[in-house]
Ligand binder design. Structure first.
Ligand SMILES: Nc1ncnc2c1ncn2[C@@H]1O[C@H](COP(=O)(O)OP(=O)(O)OP(=O)(O)O)[C@@H](O)[C@H]1O
Length: 276
């Protein structure tokens, strides 16, 4: 099926949310409208930051884009095709090869009985169908890229720090060389020097592999550092979208201006190449 053909690094991959809404809660009186009739598009040439206050619907949008959450209404469109609610297993595999999601909370996302190397290798075997030797080579490559000592990978998830575990969760997503990477608050819990290094590593990976980035964060400096474009969300809506430069210098929406004012100087972020 054309929409799920394996993609090459030179082929642009596009992922859209078209008129999507998501509400939680069965009773009208307690229902929460997390995302409200919103449209959003990214492709593999883009780096798009999504910022907004807590509860504005950023994670819900990210999870709908990556099929971890089903919209209440509206469509997720992948390479021009509206994804049905139930994808056959082979198409879901192809989607997961192409679009990967990394969450902030790594505490429950690893099997506590398996080593971190097992966890990183699993998608290379399952989604890419690589043989054991090729999969090990791919794991070593991605551990090197993320400056993760090979010895750490032989530990169980509980035996490394939160920051190291987060790096392994990034490694697990990058090992399949996705064409669109959705990062949901992946550096927010880490100290600034580690954040800077990880942002540089993600940026370098995306440039090397032609991978588009959706970077969801509370933190405007980190988002502005890694993204070319920004989407500002509030109460389940997009209030403004544009290039980082345009938004930082000439925000149109009062909410965006307030958000910018809350950060000292997002244009000159404290992240730099030197953080590597
Ligand atoms: N599984 C759920 N059940 C019920 N309500 C939910 C669920 N997930 C999210 N919500 C609610 O939907 C709204 C949007 O949440 P979401 O996590 O998408 O916001 P966010 O912008 O990512 O917030 P944060 O920056 O704090 O992570 C919030 O009011 C939240 O409480």
């Amino acid at each position: 099926m054309a929409a799920f053909d394996p993609t090459t690094p030179h082929e642009t991959v596009r992922l859209e949310a078209v008129g999507v809404s998501k509400s939680y809660g069965a009773r009208r009186s307690t229902r929460i409208q997390a995302v409200d009739n919103l449209s959003f598009a990214v492709d593999s040439t883009m780096s798009m930051g999504i910022v907004g206050e807590s509860g504005s619907g950023k994670s819900t949008l990210a999870r709908m884009l990556t099929r971890l959450e089903t919209p209440t209404s509206g469509s997720i469109v992948f390479n021009g095709r509206v994804l049905p609610e139930h994808l056959p297993a082979d198409e879901l595999h192809a989607f997961r090869r192409t679009v990967q999601y990394i969450a902030q909370d790594t505490s429950s996302s690893f099997d506590p009985r398996r080593t971190l190397r097992d966890a990183v290798r699993a998608p290379a075997r399952r989604l890419l169908g690589l043989g054991r030797k090729e999969a090990e080579e791919r794991v070593d490559e991605v551990l090197g890229l993320l400056h993760l000592p090979v010895a750490l990978a032989d530990r169980k998830p509980a035996a490394v720090s939160g920051g190291q575990r987060q790096r392994f969760s990034i490694a697990r997503a990058l090992v399949v060389r996705p064409r669109i990477l959705v990062c949901d608050e992946v550096v927010s819990a880490l100290d600034v020097s580690v954040q800077g290094a990880i942002l540089n590593e993600l940026r370098s990976f995306c440039a090397t592999h032609g991978t588009g980035l959706v970077f969801v964060s509370h933190g405007l400096p980190a988002t502005a550092f890694i993204s070319r474009d920004l989407t500002i969300m509030k109460s389940g809506h997009i209030v403004e979208t544009g290039s980082v430069d345009d938004i930082v210098t000439d925000a149109q929406d009062p909410y965006t201006r307030a958000l910018l004012a809350a950060h000292a100087d997002p244009a000159t972020s404290h992240y730099s190449e030197a953080a590597l």
